[in-house]
Every structure is written in C-alpha cells, then in structure tokens.
Design a protein around this ligand. Structure first.
Ligand code: HOZ
Length: 427
C-alpha cells in the first residue's frame, strides 16, 4: 500500500468519502485519490514523492502556476498584518476598483468566499430586483452546491450520478427551470410558458463542468436579447472563465454584456474567494444600502484580497499572458488531434483559450446529453494510463482541463507521449 492509499483509508474514518469535495474521490474514474504535499509551477508532488504534470491547476486559479513568487510574497506580508479583521480595509476598495476596470459589465462588486456563495447571492439579488421567483439554468452547468442549482447540475453532481440531490425540497426545485445548453428555442419556450415569472437566466458562458463546451454562435447574444425584452437578469457564471479566457472573461471575448457576473477561483489567487457584481442599479439593492441581505465574516479577508489583487494586477498589466496561454493550449489541442487520429479514436475536442476537454466516441459535444453519450470507460482507462506516467488530468470526463503559463511545450509533449503509450496499452 502506498502512502496515498493509507491516507485515504484514514481520511474515510473522519471525512465523508475521505474528501472535502466529491470529485476528488476518483469515484468517476475508480481507484484511490492521490494525496498531494506540494506543487511548484505546473508540477504536483504527491505524498510518495512522485511528480505529475498538473492539468487542473486547483480547478483554475493557478493560471500563473503554483507558488507563483509574487503571490507567496504577498501572502506572507499580509499574514504579518492580520489574518482577519472582520472590518473594512483599503485593499478591498483597491481590488474592487481593479475588478470593475477589468470586467466590462461590473460596475460594483461584493466579495464572498466561494463561487457557490457568489451564485447563490446573485440569484437572490436577481429575484429581489425583479420581484420574480423562477430562474432558468442549463443542464450540465454547475453553479455551486446551493439548493436551487442542484437540479441536473454538472461537475461532481453528474460524476456521482446524482444530478438531483436529496435534501433539495420540491418547493425549491419547482422554481428552477431547465434548458439544454446551446438551445435558444427551448429558452424562448420556457419564457413563454412562464410569462413574467422568470427573474434570471444563469449560465456558464463557456460551460466547464460537463467538459468544456463553447456557446454556439449567437447563443449568448440571443439570451441577452431575451433577457432585455422580458425584464430578466442575465447572470454569467464566470467562476471558471473569469480572468482566464481574457482580462474581462467570456463576456469580453464574446462581446455580450450580462447584467450580473459571478466570480471565483482566480480572483483569490488560490485562496478561498468569490464575488458577484454587475450593474450599479442592481448591486445597489444589496444590504446595507438596499434591502437584499448578504453578509460574511471572512468576506474581503485581507490575505485573500492581497493574493487576489497581486494575481489580477499581473494579469491586467501583462496581456501577453493570454496570448501565451492561447498558443500553448492550441499546441496541446493540435497534438491531441494527432495522437487520437493515430489510434483511430473518434473524439470531440472542445477548447476555448486555456480551457480544453476531450470526449471519446462522439463527434461533437454541444450540450449535456452529448457529454453523457461519450465513452466514459475509455476516459477512465486513459486517465489511469497517464496518471501512472506522471500526468494528472481532472478525475472525471465531466470537467475541463486548465493550462497555466508555467506549462512548457516539453511538458505538453510528455503529456501526449503518456496518452500515446496509454492508448497503445489499452487498445
Ligand atoms: N467543482 C469543482 C470542479 N468543477 C471541483 C472542486 C474540487 O474538488 O476542488
């Protein structure tokens, strides 16, 4: 038994399933989760001293690699002043101003501690602002684990085969309306059937929790128009795409302005942070100036703000980072196409910027049903094939891979070589 296996046994005695977030348990791919002890750049080191090229980057935040020196420096400096005040600091305004400058649709922003909190708060604000109760979400999109979102949700919710979680009441579920991703006609029908009852449409503009799925041409624009015409708040969940696909996130690259945006991951530079923001008129509904309550002792935590600010400022000041990410991920995509072709594998590869995923046994993946039709068994085998060769992919086909600008072309070649050898062994 190696050390990870031993630690997993012990963890299961005290933590449900031995993990603090379900995807980590490897349920979707089988086997025992790897326990890590350190990371640097794009390399993870496990408790048995084995190294892996990292393709999850803490599910997004490590866009500049693990232990990025300016962030570690900022973290140490901030910790010397206090780990938490529970009272305002100047830095909260500094980072809020930077976010408003970077993300075109955000005029005011409120900090929270996770993407879940951000999305749950955004829905409450949209309901309070419109005085309506229902909202539309898309099958396979994941907006955290607040009750109203756990209906046909992506990420760990599909991985475990429980897309509708027990514990969510019928009363809550009835206000969540579902549409297939990329299907504008379905959205129109739902709006017609629920005239003047829909407060919000929430969407990951590039879905990242059923693999990576880009929006079809005109889809986001169509949602924008429907929302404008029906007094519906359009919320872009940019927890994964924010500051990753561009400085201004997916909204900026597709040139569509939502009314609200939710953020997480990168915004904390690897510390637990989330945020929701949007039009001033909507955000002014939030307490203490408005009646919609939202609060948190650790919100705007000084260490998280310092790390987040350090990362965002670097992204803001160095636009070449995005070009580098694009080039590297494009390189990986081209090599993936070659290696799958060599092994005669039918595969759908989706990529937007530095988010990429592949689904076996299908030609295209445009929505949740397509993702569910993919060959999950082959993914499992490839996952374990590359894992033993030192490549750490997301332990589920229903996730995206994330590239950092510390990945080298040599590491990407090693990754392709690991896939090549794994497929030789499997097929
Ligand atoms: N929900 C995250 C990915 N979509 C996984 C979170 C984690 O396990 O850290």
């Amino acid at each position: 038994m190696n050390k990870s296996e031993l630690l997993f046994e012990q963890a299961q005695l005290y933590i449900p399933g031995g993990v603090n977030s379900p995807v980590r348990a490897f349920k979707s791919v089988g086997g025992t989760p790897v326990f890590f002890k350190s990371a640097k750049g794009s390399v993870l080191t496990d408790v048995d001293d084995k190294n892996y090229i990292d393709f999850i980057g803490s599910w997004g935040p490590m866009i500049l690699g693990h232990c990025h020196p300016p962030i570690i420096k900022a973290l140490k400096e901030a910790a010397d002043s206090s780990t938490s005040f529970g009272a305002p600091t100047e830095l909260e305004t500094t980072i809020a101003k930077l976010i408003c400058e970077m993300v075109p649709s955000i005029e005011k922003v409120r900090m929270v501690n996770s993407g879940t909190e951000a999305c749950m708060s955004a829905i409450r604000v949209a309901r309070g602002y419109t005085n309506k109760e229902k909202f539309i979400k898309f099958e396979g999109c994941y907006h955290g684990h607040a009750d109203p979102f756990l209906i046909k949700a992506g990420s760990g919710a599909i991985t475990l085969g429980t897309p509708n979680s027990p514990g969510v009441t019928r009363g809550t579920a009835q206000d969540t309306l579902l549409a297939p991703f990329n299907d504008l006609e379905a959205v129109k029908r739902i709006i017609d059937q629920n005239k003047d009852e829909i407060a919000a449409i929430i969407i990951e503009p590039v879905a990242g929790n059923m693999g990576c799925i880009p929006p079809k041409k005109g889809f986001l624009e169509g949602l924008r128009e429907l929302c404008t015409n029906n007094n519906i708040v359009l919320i872009f969940d940019e927890v994964m795409t924010g500051f990753r696909l561009s400085k201004g996130g997916a909204g900026q690259i597709y040139n569509v302005k939502p009314d609200m945006v939710t953020l997480g991951k990168i915004i904390g530079g690897g510390l637990p942070v989330g945020a929701f923001g949007g039009k001033e008129e909507i955000m002014n509904m939030v307490a203490p100036i408005g009646p919609i309550y939202q609060a948190g002792t650790l919100s705007g935590n000084p260490i998280a703000m310092k790390c987040g600010y350090t990362l965002l400022k670097e992204l803001n000041d160095s636009p070449e980072i995005y070009e580098e990410l694009e080039n590297k991920t494009n390189y990986l995509e081209q090599k993936l196409i070659e290696v799958f072709k060599k092994h005669k594998q039918q595969v759908a590869i989706n990529r937007v910027g530095s988010m990429i995923s592949f689904h076996f046994g299908v030609d295209k993946v445009e929505n949740f049903d397509d993702a569910c039709n993919a060959d999950a068994n082959l993914f499992k085998e490839v996952f374990h094939g590359v894992l033993k060769r030192g490549v750490y992919f997301a332990p589920s086909a229903f996730e995206s891979l994330f590239i950092s600008n510390t990945h080298t072309l040599e590491q990407l070649d090693q990754t392709i070589d690991a896939i090549d050898k794994s497929l030789e062994e499997i097929l």
